[in-house]
Ligand binder design. Structure first.
Ligand SMILES: [Zn+2]
Length: 126
């Protein structure tokens, strides 16, 4: 299959948030929930090199941790609810926010990697 790199790639933030191919912006980026498709079904772009590693998970943990931690602290200071209220509020919210944000954030990081041609350093780079 011929891989065509389009001359003007779409905005990496928007394509990443929509979980679309960073090359054409049309084909789906993922073949599963978080598994990157080997090739774009629309343009044939090779997506195997796309590897965001643990980056999205770390960002999401920090972002969700800040939101949930601040909300729990505010709720405790303002209302002093029993512990079961905290557990029933913040544990499900943490899981829901992590699952909702992880896929689009991974898409954004992969699209930004492709946009800036980021790759691992090799020995001949030095
Ligand atoms: Zn594509």
């Amino acid at each position: 299959m011929i891989t065509r790199v389009t001359a003007s790639r779409p905005n990496p933030i928007l394509t990443g948030l929509r979980c679309r191919c960073p090359n054409c912006g049309r084909g789906p980026l993922f073949s599963g929930f978080l598994k990157v498709a080997p090739r774009c079904s629309a343009c044939g772009f090779d997506l195997k090199a796309a590897d965001s590693g643990d980056g999205p998970a770390v960002f999401i943990i920090l972002i969700v941790g800040f939101i949930v931690g601040f909300a729990a602290l505010f709720t405790e200071i303002a209302y002093q609810p029993p512990v079961w209220v905290h557990l029933s509020l913040w544990l499900p919210l943490s899981v829901i926010l992590c699952l909702a944000l992880l896929r689009p954030f991974k898409g954004v990081l992969i699209a930004l990697q492709m946009h800036h041609r980021a790759a691992e350093a090799r020995n001949d780079d030095f």
